[in-house]
Structures are given as C-alpha cells and as structure tokens.
Ligand binder design. Sequence first.
Ligand code: FES
Length: 168
Amino acid sequence: MNDIKTHGCHAATMGVGAVARRSGLSVSSLHFYEREGLIRSTRNSANHRMYSRATLRVLAVVKAGVEAGIPLAEIRRALGPALEGQPISRAHWDRIVAGWRADLQARIERLTVIRDRLTGCIGCGCLSLDCCAAVNPGDKAADIGPGAHAFRDCGAARDRLATQAAAD
Ligand code: FES
C-alpha cells in the first residue's frame, strides 16, 4: 500500500515506509535518527509517523555526513534550522560543506597515509617484517610512545626513528 499521504510526486508528507524506500535507509535507521533528533515526525489520525518531504534532503545530508565519518553531533549542529523542519537551501548546504571540508581533507590525508604505509614498517612494535630492522631497530619506536608511529605525522615519526637510530 502506498503510504504517501497525498497522491502524486509532490506529496507533502510521507509515511516511514515511503521515506525508507526513497532515502535508501532502513526503517530502523529512520527511527534511530529520529531518536537522535536529526529528523522529526508528526502523527496522522491512525497514529502513524509522517515525515515532511524535506526530511529526504535532511536524510541525504545525514547519510553523506555519516559516510564521510562526520560525528552525529556535528551533523546535528550543522543541520541547525533544518532540525526544526526548515528546508535545507543551497546556501545552507554550501555552509555545511564548507564547515566539513577541513575535516574531510584531514581524513583523506590520514587515510592516504594509512594506505601508503600499510605494506611497510609502521613502527608498531611487531618487528615482523624484513624492513623493521632498518626502520625500527630493536623497537626504538616504543621510546616515542604507544601506537604505530608511522601512521602519525606522516614522515615525522620515521625521521625521529632515523635520528634515534643514528644517535645510538
Ligand atoms: S611493522 Fe611493526 S615494527 Fe615494523
């Protein structure tokens, strides 16, 4: 059964099933985002949840943010007036993207470092690769602190290790 309140492609409100189908999100995800205060519903006469059509755009922003690794609290903050049912304008979307750009760039750079360094010694302390003896002799990386140091500060950790190794 079609759970869009009015017929046609410009129906004002949609039931949870219609929103799930159109957004590509599960009904349980919609309920979760509603509990998290990211979307709102009203109740119809049958006590079913009904969502404004603008909810689809909010959900698209939420989905994009989640897929980009943006915390829900930041997504909620960025949505601002849209949480009250105000449609997301092009200008609002531009502000959201501008606010996330630096965070996204930092994530891209970090993921690139992880991708590029995963096959070499990462200074994790395992000493299991042939190159560990040269890059992290005797686990000198442990002196820097916990963790896999080549994943941080890009080449800086390797430079520190090389400096330490040369000083010994
Ligand atoms: S990869 Fe673990 S110490 Fe080299």
